[in-house]
Write a protein that binds this ligand. Structure first.
Ligand SMILES: Cc1cc2nc3c(=O)[nH]c(=O)nc-3n(C[C@H](O)[C@H](O)[C@H](O)COP(=O)(O)O)c2cc1C
Length: 258
């Protein structure tokens, strides 16, 4: 047995994490603080548009009625610092920040904030305005670009690095991509195991990724109770994340009973 696989087994046995997933326009400090008592170990601020191209794309998204954080490029760092502080003043769990950007620099800048534990590269957003500029989910099919981008983030980041991807995107081999992300040195792989046409997560994809890689895997999609959370862990994830089930500002179940 490879030593890394052995370590992963040990790791799995002692630490699973519950993550509050990002929701643009919703997941600020006030929202995270409402959810923390339900048993989250890590909460995610954002997603934030963090360079001019994504900020402009965000404005277009807002104009058709979807929620987004609309923060000026030069104000983002202060805004994230303020939100992270509001959380850390009351709680000593982990704060992650989900970021959309077409270049690594804004992500590296946010990683330098002392109160930020994890920067999360958004390779997940499927809003057309974001994918049209080659960002979000579009990164999944630009593997060479994504690899260079991630290497740069990992090399310069002062905090841990997570990458959030979406499963079942046409033309994307998730296992191969997970290997690339792992080789770049990212600390977490956050997978929205969306299965088009189904109300349940694609646990097969979680199984495949967890068998073929050793990266810390956070499984996401359609976790609405302890049973669905357990299924995600059983499929091989070391962490679960929740978005829509938390959207109302509370959960119908308690993760610390998990
Ligand atoms: C209103 C809304 C906004 C979202 N914004 C983001 C975002 O900014 N970044 C991101 O990576 N995912 C975003 N997501 C996706 C969620 O984090 C999550 O991956 C997805 O909703 C599936 O998980 P769930 O079934 O627990 O909701 C958003 C989802 C919703 C519903």
């Amino acid at each position: 047995m490879k030593i890394s696989k052995y370590l992963k087994i040990i790791f799995c046995e002692c630490e699973f994490i519950n993550v509050l997933a990002p929701m643009a326009g919703i997941s600020d400090a006030e929202f995270c603080l409402k959810l923390i008592p339900y048993g989250f170990d890590m909460v995610t601020l954002g997603g934030y548009n963090s360079d001019q191209a994504t900020i402009d794309a965000g404005k277009k998204i807002i104009s058709r009625g979807r929620p987004e954080f609309d923060i000026k490029e030069e104000e983002l760092i202060f805004s994230v610092e303020r939100e992270a502080k509001k959380i850390k003043d009351k709680w000593n769990g982990k704060v992650a920040v989900n970021l959309r950007s077409i270049s690594p620099e804004p992500i590296v800048e946010i990683s330098k904030l002392k109160l930020v534990d994890v920067v999360e590269v958004n390779a997940h957003c499927r809003q057309k305005e974001i994918t049209d500029i080659g960002c979000g989910q579009a990164l999944l099919t630009r593997t060479d670009f994504m690899e260079e981008f991630l290497q740069e983030v990992v090399k310069k980041s002062k905090s841990k690095v997570s990458v959030k991807i979406r499963a079942n995107v046409a033309g994307v081999n998730e296992v191969k991509l997970a290997g690339i992300i792992e080789n770049c040195g990212a600390d977490y792989l956050h997978v929205d195991a969306m299965k088009p046409g189904f109300k349940e997560a694609d646990l097969e994809i979680i199984k495949k990724i967890s068998t073929k890689t050793h990266i810390f895997l956070i499984g996401n999609n359609s976790i609405t109770d302890l049973k669905s959370a357990q299924k995600m862990i059983k499929a091989g994830a070391q962490g679960i994340s929740i978005a829509r089930a938390a959207m109302k500002g509370y959960l119908d179940f308690k993760l610390y009973e998990f």
